[in-house]
Design a protein around this ligand. Structure first.
Ligand SMILES: C[S@@+](CC[C@H](N)C(=O)[O-])C[C@H]1O[C@@H](n2cnc3c(N)ncnc32)[C@H](O)[C@@H]1O
Length: 182
């Protein structure tokens, strides 16, 4: 199920995607990118797992939901390879990251969005360790950390605390931000 965080911004993402595609970074099953694609938004799905990208392609082609397959792009990429620069500057209208954190990538993500483009970020905070996985501090945001990364950007939405998951099945400690690049 896609994140409800995207819903109010879908029209804006559509407009931005006319300039550059939207990137679903570390897309996994592609639940959020597929939501964009369903709204005829040009979307790039990127993940280290080739099988995940293959499964997304199958979903797009199986015809159960109408997707514009020509608006979908795929990138099998390791975002954590040392000394690599997997993202090109000003190449996406927006980048969305859900449930993935690799701190050295944050500045690249910001640079890869076009001026006036959006970063939509949601991932777990340190408090998540009380509820379940992940527990590794490398994957958990510290208090105020996400907001701090976007100093000088226009903050359209910001949240940090405990929320019920979109499926309603669990409580999770998360931080969310939607920020517009100056
Ligand atoms: C918890 S899942 C989140 C998936 C998706 N964003 C979502 O919210 O449904 C984390 C994803 O990060 C991907 N990932 C982990 N390490 C990666 C890396 N080094 N480069 C690219 N993707 C990676 C995994 O394959 C997995 O799909």
């Amino acid at each position: 199920m896609h994140s409800s965080l995207l819903e109010p911004y879908i029209q804006e993402l559509k407009t931005l995607s006319c300039q550059r595609p939207i990137l679903d970074l570390a897309c996994g099953s592609g639940r959020n990118g597929l939501f964009c694609l369903k709204h005829k938004i040009q979307t790039t799905f990127a993940d280290i797992k080739e099988q995940s990208l293959h499964d997304i392609q199958q979903t797009i082609n199986n015809g159960k939901t109408t997707f514009d397959a020509r608006s979908a792009y795929f990138s099998q990429v390791d975002f954590e390879r040392s000394n690599a620069k997997p993202l090109t500057e000003n190449s996406y209208g927006a980048i969305m990251v859900f449930r993935y954190l690799h701190r050295p990538l944050i500045e690249q993500i910001k640079a890869a969005v076009i001026p006036n483009g959006l970063v939509i970020y949601e991932t777990f905070t340190e408090q998540q360790a009380e509820f379940g996985r992940p527990k590794n501090p490398d994957f958990l945001l510290k208090e105020g950390e996400l907001t701090n990364y976007f100093t000088g950007w226009e903050i359209l939405h910001s949240f940090e605390g405990i929320k019920t998951s979109d499926t309603g099945s669990s409580q999770q400690a998360i931080a969310q931000i939607i920020a517009r690049k100056p």
